[in-house]
Design a protein around this ligand. Structure first.
Ligand code: CMX
Length: 134
């Protein structure tokens, strides 16, 4: 079962251009920038309480985030829920008839193992299950 919102992903054209809004205007603490090569994105985290905003900048034209921005413009891209055991969560969701994009976990940013649900199976919200590796 989900424990809390780990982060909300926001698709942006440029982390550099978007950072002043989150860091200076909203006053969130910047936690650093990381490239997630497998997902073809550069990400920047900003902490807000026990959750984070994750800015997602595409690193190539065939990135899923590039396709999202092309279709919708910049904006909320996904919600990530934290779970204790992402493999067990995948099995549980499959048992509930939910369609998974990732049937085996993959590496996310910040030392996490993640799995995405298909938005057609999660009420139109791209949803990520995320296990933090301590
Ligand atoms: N939120 C809600 N719906 C979305 C969506 C999103 N972020 N992205 C796509 N969709 C919807 C589309 O609107 C479309 O719906 P319609 O058929 O009604 O128009 C449908 O899903 C299919 O979308 P598409 O544009 O044809 O794109 P694809 O099928 O090629 O890919 C998806 C969609 C979700 C399967 C793909 O983006 C994916 O695998 N995403 C998971 C990985 C990812 O997003 N990685 C980046 C973040 C990594 C990180 O956080 O570390």
């Amino acid at each position: 079962m989900v424990k809390k919102i780990n982060h909300i992903g926001v698709a942006v054209n440029s982390i550099e251009e978007s950072t002043p809004l989150y860091r200076d205007v909203y006053g969130m603490e910047a936690e650093g920038v990381e490239v997630v090569a497998e997902q073809k994105v550069k990400v920047a985290f900003f902490s807000v309480g026990e959750s984070r905003i994750e800015l997602l900048e595409p690193t190539s034209d065939d990135s899923p985030v590039a396709k999202f921005i092309e279709k919708n413009g910049q904006g909320v891209h996904h919600v990530a829920y934290e779970v204790d055991d992402v493999k067990a969560e995948i099995a549980r969701l499959q048992g509930e008839g939910i369609r998974l994009i990732d049937e085996v976990p993959r590496c996310g940013a910040h030392h996490t193992q993640i799995a995405f649900l298909h938005p057609k199976s999660s009420g139109g919200v791209l949803t990520e299950m995320c296990q933090v590796q301590h």
